[in-house]
Design a protein around this ligand. Structure first.
Ligand code: HEM
Length: 150
């Protein structure tokens, strides 16, 4: 299916990057919310964080992760990932990190549900540090996608 996108290729790539930006915005916000949510446990403010996290999930995270994956798979088909095209080591590495980042979202959503039940077990400093994971992943992913070093 190499090149099947034809003239649509640049439009699909633009859409991919637009949804990547939406997804990253959500992934940078959610861990911040978790820190504030955990700090507010036992106060009336906690309920507001439950609501904010649910909105972020429904309006930003879930639609944009789906769109990024769909458009990314279309681009991967277009560059010949499934046709055994050589020189795509960067894409394999990128996919491994994107898988891990998708898992990170699953973990963060799971932790928000734990907080909603009034349970928070991660030390505040550690929780803040965990919040830096998406930024580190983005640095690696963008270098792999743009520089294509291998
Ligand atoms: C969800 C799975 C993803 C897949 C399957 C995927 C796959 C791809 C493919 C095949 C390309 C086209 C490369 C080309 O035609 O030269 C591309 C472009 C790009 N992707 Fe992804 N991607 C995914 C997620 C992401 C994420 C999470 C980010 C950033 C955090 C990202 C950032 C980019 C950028 C910046 C480009 C443009 C590279 C360029 O043309 O210079 N992608 N992606």
């Amino acid at each position: 299916m190499t090149g099947f996108l034809g003239l649509a290729y640049l439009w699909v790539k633009a859409a991919h990057i637009i949804f990547v930006i939406f997804w990253m915005a959500g992934l940078f916000l959610l861990p911040r919310y978790l820190v504030h949510h955990q700090e507010s446990l036992g106060t009336p403010e906690a309920e507001k964080w439950v609501h904010r996290e649910a909105l972020l999930r429904k309006m930003i995270l879930t639609p944009s992760i789906g769109a990024v994956w769909l458009l990314g798979i279309a681009l991967a088909l277009n560059v010949g990932l499934f046709d055994g095209q050589p020189g795509l080591g960067w894409l394999h590495a990128k996919l491994a990190i994107v898988f891990a980042l998708s898992g990170f979202q699953g973990w963060a959503v799971g932790y928000s549900k734990k907080l909603a039940a009034g349970l928070g077990s991660i030390a505040p400093r550690k929780l803040r540090m965990i919040g830096e994971v998406p930024a580190l992943a983005v640095i690696a992913i963008v270098i792999l996608a743009v520089v294509k070093p291998f």
